[in-house]
Design a protein around this ligand. Structure first.
Ligand code: SIN
Length: 494
């Protein structure tokens, strides 16, 4: 660690908010308790953060409910300008946000800067959508009555966000909600609350009124959010995280029949056909696997490679994966940081051990790094049998299992043989095949000759057990709008 970075870390940690954000501003938790936020590359505590109790959750929702009417009545242009100012402030503070994400989550600084740009873009995109919310006025088919269709904000929302993209997963929910006129309670992941708290401060600096956003980091998530889901003032839940937790939250949301958006687990197939451009396929594969150290629901989880290109692809892919420098994200040479905690690293190690038991060979990596922090080597597994357990589970780490296939039909069958359906990727130079794949691969998103599909202007989301609803794009704001229909008697009295 250079002295310069050490000094910047100390300075940043001393000036970020570490309390809850409730309706009246920053506050300690009801019983004054706090929890430690840990640097995954050292295992050391960075800072203590207020640990919300159920009373704090109740107070956050009360603030959101109280602010809802006034916020919905605020001019769309005013909401848009708050978002635009927040975009500019996040960009101005790129280095603070990037360092904070690297400290609490582990990714290298260059990737954190990329996330700042990605996360901020949701603010800019939805600042442009806020003034464009519209309805319609139509004549009924019988030519008599008139139909008026209005769009109204859904109402107070609860957002539960994950640790892997601490800024972007928050802005992807908060920006459309602000644009639509909804108030919000945000519960960020307990592993990475700092970025969310700093972002909340930016929104206040940008002019967001009290109560529109409250933030309640907590180590007792169900005790704090459970009562909110059963409270009739809450109207929507948006969650990004595992399918297992999402399923429970959907069940809990049934009591109040809440609107739900669920961005859940993935098991992305990455298909490489004999006719693919090898260099582009390898570039795409490395990106799809090692973006965020593999800790992404959209990370390629299964590499399905056609026999004619398999050997050349594997050799080039292993070489590129082996070129990563695994080190603390603040180190200037780091290109991959640690996994977020020991539980995540142990799960990855167990999946690799299981794959080897199932018959796979380790072509690269396959080990945890000794010493402090939760580092794991970039790993490539070959000869993975198509029924190996590693192909059924979301790896959430830097491990790439390769399976060889012969025909397009077999590739599609293998790709779709999963209860998940978030994203798929394919590399081919055959246009007809590409279009067949776009129709046949059963996922909400498809990367064609592309290793990353995420884009604030595009609808992000999955099918099957990967979730419900879409975030981003033109579709993203619809998640925060209710349609109200007004039937009007024939104004001409015919
Ligand atoms: C995720 O996969 O967890 C979200 C990643 C993204 O938005 O690209």
């Amino acid at each position: 660690m250079t002295t310069d970075i050490a000094a910047r870390e100390r300075d940043l940690l001393a000036r970020i908010p570490t309390q809850l954000l409730l309706g009246s501003g920053w506050s300690d938790s009801a019983d004054g308790s706090t929890f430690a936020v840990v640097d995954p590359s050292t295992g050391r505590t960075l800072v203590e953060v207020a640990d919300a109790r159920p009373e704090d959750g109740a107070s956050a929702l009360a603030a959101a409910a109280a602010a809802q009417k006034g916020w919905a009545a605020t001019a769309p242009r005013v909401r848009a300008e708050i978002l635009r100012r927040a975009f500019e402030l996040v960009i101005e503070r790129t280095e603070d946000f990037a360092l904070l994400m690297t400290l609490e989550m582990g990714k290298p600084l260059a990737e954190s800067r990329g996330e700042v740009a990605y996360g901020a873009e949701f603010l800019r995109w939805f600042s442009e959508e806020a003034p464009r919310i519209s309805g319609r006025y139509a004549t009924a088919p019988d030519g008599l009555n008139r139909l008026l269709v209005l769009k109204r904000p859904v109402g107070p929302c609860l957002f539960i966000t994950p640790w892997n993209f601490p800024l972007a997963m928050a802005t992807r929910k908060i920006a459309p909600a602000i644009a639509a006129g909804c108030t919000m309670v945000l519960k960020p992941a307990a592993l990475t609350p700092l970025t969310a708290l700093l972002f909340a401060q930016v929104l206040r600096d940008a002019g967001l009124p009290d109560g529109v956003l409250t933030v309640i980091p907590t180590t007792t998530a169900s005790a704090v959010t459970g009562p909110l889901l059963r409270d009739s003032r809450l109207r929507k839940l948006s969650f990004t995280g595992s399918t297992e937790v999402g399923r429970r939250l959907i069940a809990d949301s049934a009591e109040q029949v809440l609107r739900v958006s669920m961005e859940l687990g993935g098991n992305a197939p990455f298909l490489v056909f004999d006719d693919a451009d090898l260099e582009k396929a390898v570039d795409g594969a490395v990106l799809a696997k090692l973006r965020n150290g593999g800790e992404a629901c959209v990370a390629a989880n299964r590499f399905l490679v056609q026999r004619g290109i398999a050997e050349r692809f594997t050799t080039a892919f292993v070489e590129r994966m082996g070129g990563f420098t695994v080190a603390r994200g603040t180190d200037p040479g780091s290109t991959m940081g640690p996994l977020v905690d020991e539980a995540t690293r142990s799960k990855v190690a167990d999946l690799v051990a299981g794959a080897v038991e199932d018959g796979a060979s380790v072509a690269l990596g396959g080990k945890a790094l000794p010493g402090a922090g939760y580092f794991y080597e970039p790993t490539v597994l070959t000869g993975v049998p198509s029924d190996a357990r590693i192909l059924e589970e979301e790896i959430f780490g830097p491990v790439a299992p390769i399976v060889v296939f012969d025909t397009e039909e077999e590739a599609i069958r293998l790709a779709n043989a999963t209860p998940f359906g978030l994203v798929s990727f394919a590399f081919t130079s055959d246009l007809d095949r590409a279009l067949r794949l776009a129709e046949e691969l059963d996922t909400g998103m498809f990367g064609l000759n592309a290793g990353v599909v995420s884009n604030p202007a595009a609808p992000f989301g999955g099918v099957k057990q990967s979730g419900l609803g879409r975030e981003g794009g033109l579709e993203g704001i619809e998640e925060y709008l209710e349609t109200r229909y007004v039937g009007i008697a024939d104004p001409f009295g015919k």
